[in-house]
Design a binder for this molecule. Structure first.
Ligand code: HMG
Length: 447
């Protein structure tokens, strides 16, 4: 059977950085520990005044195509996943293709272009669309370009402001992929929820505390649904488990639930029973509340065990290193988590080919998706070709006043008086270049 999956990946971060414990927390009158320890974040990536979802997506895609030696002729679809779109009709993929056509001789006239929306899970759904297109044999030997791009900004003083981020992940989806092949098996957990939404507004309406519960519930359903087709999962089955990471503290909660589920009725549960007892079983309780209490007590004990800590440090922690420095990238977030894990493995000189990942995507509104991936022979070369460290290092460190100003520039409801200043200089990249006669955005490649 032909394998289909991720052939190569490239990341583009917003060029500004907001230091959360150093700059944001003091201005908010908050303890830096809330960011570093509670949410698990050191910094957010932020877009400069000439950056947006198109420039970040096009810059990521351009570098990916250059690295892979691709021409427009080699790409049969361009799917963009975003929840920061600025047009209800014309998809962002047309803008990105237009940018790329400025720097390539060929055109993307043969390529199917679209835009996917389902909050943060849309990036994974776009990979799915590409997978199905290739599996159906409609790709004529071409690859799909999937771009997850977002400016994940919240209204000022919304609790979500602490978790902002901006960046794009471009992925090449191909037959016989060089990075990771995707399992046919998938699991879903989906429900009509109002935890986080943008009803014709730029910044989200969020029920933050509820969104955490909805994330956990949908993720649990997706894991169970995945097991119903792929067999039971065990903590030792996967080298890494990248989750959608709105902030690392969220994944800390999800991982504990996942581990509890996976060790149930295994020798790990038996071995831990001496220290923390066996897991409470719902059927043994008359009252839901008593069951929940017993579960909380068990989980509090579980997270302190050496077995759980060792597993968490090995399988989960490496997926969070990038998120800690960039915040939430919405549609790109779970794909950053995958890169984060593989990058750590490459840095540690670990051999991963043939090992499996369990990937947990999530989008508010709400839907979780789980599938497995198998790491391919050339994974290291693909990961080492990325320039993420340099990009993160080069970000401009915002003062609080600059942050306020740049947030206003990106706020569609605010008319800026005076000149809009850039904080960094464009360097061989696509930039926003003003408005056209029909209200369209214009872009150019700045040498
Ligand atoms: P909050 O209420 O400001 O924060 O916002 P908090 O008071 O709950 O504190 C956060 C954590 O820091 C807590 O840890 C505190 O105890 C801890 P927890 O109890 O949860 O383990 N803490 C400290 N720790 C050490 N030292 C200290 C300290 N102070 C506090 N000094 C909230 C938190 C998540 C509600 C907010 O950030 C928010 O609304 N975020 C946006 C929504 C969100 O990210 N939800 C996540 C699930 S939904 C999702 O992932 C989908 C999404 O990506 C969108 C999409 O799909 O499109 C958002």
């Amino acid at each position: 059977m032909t394998e289909v999956g991720i052939d190569a990946i490239e990341i583009r971060t917003g060029k500004l950085k907001l230091d959360l414990p150093g700059t944001f927390a003091p201005a908010q009158g908050e303890d830096p520990g809330k960011y570093t320890k509670g949410l698990g974040l050191n910094a957010s990536s932020f877009p400069d005044t000439y950056e947006d979802i198109v420039t970040m997506g096009a810059n990521a895609a351009h570098r990916l195509m250059e690295r892979e030696g691709l021409e427009p002729e080699d790409i049969g679809r361009i799917d963009v996943a975003t929840e920061s779109s600025f047009d209800n009709s014309k998809p962002v993929s047309t803008y990105i293709a237009g940018c790329l056509e400025q720097v390539y001789d060929g055109k993307f006239s043969h390529a199917n272009k679209g835009e996917r929306k389902f909050a943060c899970v849309a990036g994974t759904q776009s990979i799915d669309d590409a997978y199905n297109w290739i599996k159906a044999g409609r790709h004529r030997g071409r690859s799909a370009l999937v771009i997850a791009t977002d400016t994940a900004l919240y209204a000022r003083n919304d609790p979500g402001e602490a978790t902002q981020g901006a960046g794009a992940v471009a992925m090449l989806i191909s037959e016989d992929p060089d990075l990771a092949s995707l399992s046919t098996e998938q699991g879903y957990g989906s429900a009509d929820e109002t935890d986080f939404l943008k009803p014709n507004q730029q910044f989200p309406a969020v029920d933050g505390k509820r969104s955490v519960k909805v994330y956990l519930a949908r993720m649990r359903e997706a894991l169970q649904d995945f097991e119903s087709v792929a067999d039971r999962t065990h903590p030792d089955d996967f080298a890494y488990i990248p989750f959608h990471t709105p902030f690392p503290g969220m994944v800390r909660k999800a991982a504990l639930f996942g581990y509890r589920h996976m060790i149930r009725d295994t020798s790990i549960e038996d071995e831990l029973a001496e220290q923390i007892g066996r897991q409470p079983r719902e059927e043994a309780f008359d009252e839901e509340e008593a069951y929940e209490e017993a579960l909380t007590e068990y989980m509090d004990g579980l997270k302190e065990t050496a077995a759980y800590r060792e597993w968490y440090d090995r399988v989960i922690e490496p997926t969070l290193t990038i998120a800690r420095e960039v915040g939430n990238w919405y549609t790109g977030s779970v794909h950053l988590a995958r890169v984060s894990a593989l990058k750590t493995a490459a840095e540690e000189g670990r051999e991963l080919a043939g090992e499996r990942l369990l990937v947990g995507s999530y989008g508010s509104g709400a839907q979780a998706e789980m599938h497995a991936e198998t790491v391919q022979e050339s994974w290291r070369e693909k990961i080492e070709g990325m320039t993420l460290d340099e990009q993160l290092e080069e970000r401009y460190d915002l003062s609080y006043e600059e942050y306020e100003r740049v947030h206003d520039v990106h706020n569609h409801a605010i008319e800026i008086d005076g000149e809009i200043e850039e904080l960094t200089a464009p360097d061989a990249e696509f930039v926003f270049d003003g408005w056209g006669r029909m209200g369209e955005r214009k872009y150019r490649f700045a040498e």
